[in-house]
Design a protein around this ligand. Structure first.
Ligand SMILES: C[S@@+](CC[C@H](N)C(=O)[O-])C[C@H]1O[C@@H](n2cnc3c(N)ncnc32)[C@H](O)[C@@H]1O
Length: 220
């Protein structure tokens, strides 16, 4: 029997932690520009697009800025929903940031053409439930794109990634430790992700291994 509940309930990203994360990730928006390009390459113009677990909302806001999509975001952290709504208002773009759990989404069946989820899937306590919900809220033919840290990343990949961040020695050591020893414990490798998908109705999928991450594409 495959466990559908990881036991791990996620770090409560509220209050100070949410504000710290928003400030820190907001210092370098290049990651979100890269993710925007990945979505634009896959999602047709005019799509109803859902970002699951957008956190502070940088990617959802960039996607709305393209003018090509109607964008909704769903996050379990009330702090992040507030931060993301404020940032969208400051950016002058329309994103419907909603509060809720990916495993029990507050949306009708077949509401979206495309779902994106970055740097968050490993945090979900019910990964099978999360994918089943993504399948439910997608329209027939709709696609999901998930990008997250891979469990079996190498020391060399982490060192190269951290070197690119140009951090001071203390932050470099902390970041290297977190990437090598903390986050991978919650993450999946390709075989584990394939097993999770096998418990859902997604039949068409591709899992691509990057040095630091897995890119998962699913089609309903
Ligand atoms: C590391 S942050 C990533 C945020 C953003 N995607 C990014 O790339 O910066 C993980 C996010 O997952 C959200 N999250 C965790 N469990 C969730 C759940 N069950 N349903 C919805 N969001 C969840 C957290 O609130 C947080 O915003």
């Amino acid at each position: 029997m495959t466990r559908t509940d990881k036991g791990y309930k996620g770090i409560g990203m509220e209050g100070t932690i949410a504000r710290w994360y928003a400030n820190n990730t907001g210092k370098d928006l290049s990651r979100f520009a890269e993710q925007t390009r990945a979505v634009v390459a896959r999602a047709p113009a005019g799509a109803d697009l859902l970002e699951v677990a957008p956190g502070p909302g940088y990617l959802a806001i960039e996607l709305a800025r393209t003018g090509d999509y109607t964008v909704t975001g769903l996050d379990v952290s009330t702090s992040f929903v507030q931060i993301a709504r404020r940032k969208a208002a400051e950016a002058g773009v329309q994103v419907d940031f909603r509060h809720g759990n990916v495993s029990a989404m507050p949306f009708e069946d077949a509401s979206f053409d495309f779902i994106v989820c970055c740097a968050a899937f490993k945090n979900f306590s019910d990964p099978v439930g999360a994918l089943r919900e993504m399948h439910r809220v997608l329209r027939p033919g709709g696609r999901a794109y998930i990008n997250d840290l891979r469990r079996d990343l190498s020391k060399e990949a982490v060192d190269a990634d951290v070197a690119r961040m140009r951090l001071d020695p203390v932050n470099r050591a902390i970041t290297r430790y977190i990437l090598r020893s903390v986050l991978p414990r919650r993450a999946y490798d390709k075989r584990q992700f394939t097993a999770i998908i096998s418990h859902t109705d997604f039949r068409t999928f591709d899992i691509h291994e990057e040095p630091m991450s897995l890119e998962i594409e699913l089609r309903k």
